[in-house]
Every structure is written in structure tokens, then in C-alpha cells.
Design a protein around this ligand. Sequence first.
Ligand SMILES: [Zn+2]
Length: 256
Amino acid sequence: MGLGKTQAVVIGRRGLGESDRLVTFYSRRFGKIHGVARAARRPRSRFGSALEPFTLGDLVFFDTGRSDLLRIDHFDIVHPFSRAREDLERFAQGAWIIECVGRLTADHDRHTALYGLLVRSLRGVETSARPSRVAICFGVRCVDLLGHRPRLDACVGCGRPYPFARPHLDLDGGGLVCEGCEREASAGVPISAVAVTGLERLRSLRWEEAIRAPLGRGEAELAAVLDAQVSRLIGQPTRTPRFVREVRRLSPGGRG
Ligand SMILES: [Zn+2]
């Protein structure tokens, strides 16, 4: 209860009542928190454009102790990550990243390393020539940090050492399964040897190297496997990929 201060990133927002805004932050000191920004949707709101998704700022809030919703007193922009909102590709990757953070974490569960990864990833989405790779590197590290690192050195069913033919990733079993054990797995997704190698590399390389490492045809597959893993962890499909497909379909020159 009382006044709180922390750096935080806007990871979600929606309208509340006539003119207020309900904002979800991922904060350095308190993890995921929700607050109400009074009159934030009025034309000359004191919050201005600060409450846009991805924005990193200094948050000052008041916790009344009577509700899960904090009262947002100030949110001063430290870095807006505005370029990440300027084109669809960057926005899509950034949106997937904040969706993962928002849906894989519990309220008030501080995780400083995840906060650092979020900020670093948004910076990458904003500046990198390959925002999709930044999202993959984020996804690999995010599931690791949250304790869901898949085992890649052996079949989690029978212990047979990898490599083996036709590997699957058992999303519930926590690692690769061989062809024989795949039938028993409740949530096995096929994964190619190229993608397994790529995943191993991304886990072992430092961030800057991982952003640049060639992955060849394993890249798109890894993005899909990570999205499947995150979807399994949250218990339903992530929303961002469907949203992006819809926007592409509706935009002029869209790719179907
Ligand atoms: Zn096996």
C-alpha cells in the first residue's frame, strides 16, 4: 500500500469507462502490474502518448490496497520505442513479445532478468534489420528464464541420445521425443534436425551473435515451434500471429 516507483514497459492497454485507460505494465521492481490512468483518453491528457504499447518509462503509482488496480500517477517516457510501431513487421514482432510476457507471467511476480530481456528485445525490434530474428531470440530466452527450457540432448521418453530420425518436440514432456515415444506424447510437434541445431545454437550464443547467426531454412520453423510452445504454456493460441495475418490480408497488396 502506498506510493510506488519503478521503470516499466507498457505491455497492454484498453479503454475503461468514458475516458480512462486500463494499462498493463511489466515493471522492473514488481513484475506485471495493472493500473488505471484517469482521463488518459481525453484529448489533452497529461499522459499524452506515453501509454502506447512498448513504451518504456518511469512509473509512479499509488496502491490503495483495496483493489488489484493501481492508480497511475505519472508515467514519464524514458524510451518510446516508436519505430517499433511504424511498420507492420516490427509491430508484429514487438506485439508477440509483449503478449508472451503478459500471458506467461503472474501479477506481482518480479523477474528482473525477464524485464531486462524485454527491454533488450524491444530495442532490437526497433533497430535490427531482422526484427523476426529478435523475436525468436527473445522466445528462446524467455521460455528458458521461466523454467521451460526443452531438453535437446536425448529423448525425454526413453532416454535415447539425440540425434534420431524424425524428432518431435513434446511440449508437455519438456523436450525432444523419438519416433517410438512420439505416439505416447500428448503434445508432440514435428521439428526438423536443422531447427534443433538452430535452437541449440541460439541458446549457446551471446545475444548479439544470436541475432546475426545464420539459421537458413530452420528460421521460420523455429518461430512456429516457439509460438506453439508459448501457446501450450498459456493454454490457448497466442493472439498476435492471427491478428497479423488478418492485417496483411486486409492491407493493400496484402499477401493473402
Ligand atoms: Zn524415445
